[in-house]
Design a protein. Sequence first.
Length: 92
Amino acid sequence: MIRFGAIADVQYADRDDTIGRSYRASIGKFLEAAGTFAAEKVPFVQQLGDATDGGLKNYLAVQELLDVSEKAGVVWRHTLGNHDWGVPDERK
């Protein structure tokens, strides 16, 4: 049996909510999911893209969360989504 976690479309951004998007609330949901993955001791989590909704500042905030969750034992693998491309190539 293959066992792993998956998460997609976190789309964190430090901006006000719009219809159907709660940008800042995604941080709490992401941390909750990372805690579940750590508790379940999955061998890795595939992040399926759109971790951020663009911009280097938002990307760095998400990267900080990934670093924290890795210290809790979550191993990440990443796929870039279309919303992630607003970051300079050398930072991806």
